[in-house]
Design a protein around this ligand. Sequence first.
Ligand code: GLU
Length: 446
Amino acid sequence: MSRTNGTATLEPIKTAPIAPASLRSTDQPRLFQRVREQMDRAAEAVGLAPEVRKILSSPACEVGVNFPVRMDDGRIEMFSGYRVQHNNVLGPFKGGIRYHPDVSLDEVRALAAWMTIKCALVDIPFGGGKGGVQVDPATLSRREVERMTRRFVYALGANIGPGYDVPAPDVGTDARTMAWIVDTYAATLPPQERYRALSVVTGKPVSAGGSVGREKATGQGVVDLIECWAQDQRCKVADLSYTVQGFGKVGSWAARILKDKGAKLLAAQDVTGAIRSYTAEGLDADALAEHVKTTGGVAGFPGAQAISREAFFEVQADVFVPAALENQVTGETARLLKVRLVAEGANGPTTSEGDIVLRERGIAVLPDVLCNAGGVIVSYFEWLQNRGGAAWSAAEVDQRLREILERAYARVKEMAADKSLGWRDAAYAVALRRIEQVYAERGIFP
Ligand code: GLU
């Protein structure tokens, strides 16, 4: 069911035989293959219907577009973008759009599949999708990013839509990007239908139809789940210390909310470098977020010690929050960690080998599909508000988010105990069972 829109050529999906994770020679197989292996492992553990496994092993639809953008100096540049729609049996395809130089079809496929699992796990009526453009937005002017965004949306055409496929921010995109998407999408509709355009994306600025609480939502969810875990450990968040990798939308909010609860930020790392606190009191997460906003990264934060990337992984703390890109907790870095919990704010931060090492070392994991689901949950709230013409209060958003995450946490915990599974396998198992149930009820057309 692959289709191209424009001239991009899509690579066929390779169906390699699945080797047990421990026997693989490479630590970082293609990302979508890793997701399929993960789904297979969980499916095996709960005896999932084989046809459901088969359906989820390929995305339902893949759109690839090459499109021209006029740069500020008058030149025309070509850009490549993707939208992968993995599965929509639970509801419209849902997932962010990423601007990053390493974006590839394989990565977008994996990210789309993770959205399918994430939405099913937290039980919101969305499927999984993801988009991306291969570009480093930092090398473009603001106007160039705007023109690129608008041309990408125009090129995607009817492949996105409020009841069909609903993008959101991801790495390299933000609320402003979403506002341009609404505006461009609205311009493609007849005037009488433009009211529908608002819910074509979530993560918009609050003044342009966004939800309060969406900007911090992923970080808030990370903290809500760390609190669930702390409660099970009979300790208080105020007594925890933590380190954060990536100080963007997810990492900085998680760090700031943890700080408000009294936890201590001992170290942070991003592309610009790594820093640690000289004292047990920790770094001021709010001041660090300001520093990142003005300088572009954590490096050079006054009053902190510059350390190496390896030294960052070795900092002793209770919780490590990876909130950057994929493949950061590898077999190698997982051996360096001196923490009790890895709370995955990023998508796919842990490789298969990293996972094995964490398990062997008895380090607990709040897996990405659970831990960073706060973003898409509040996206769902935004979509509901847009469609109902409503505006919820910050307290209502926070409370409903927490309820959904607590329920999902409890479901994963129960599955892990029932089937003696690690939390990642358990989270996938809960999600797959939810999807299986719907296929069993609806059947397959014709
Ligand atoms: N990009 C975010 C994620 O990976 C949010 C997706 C959304 O809100 O649709 O979960």
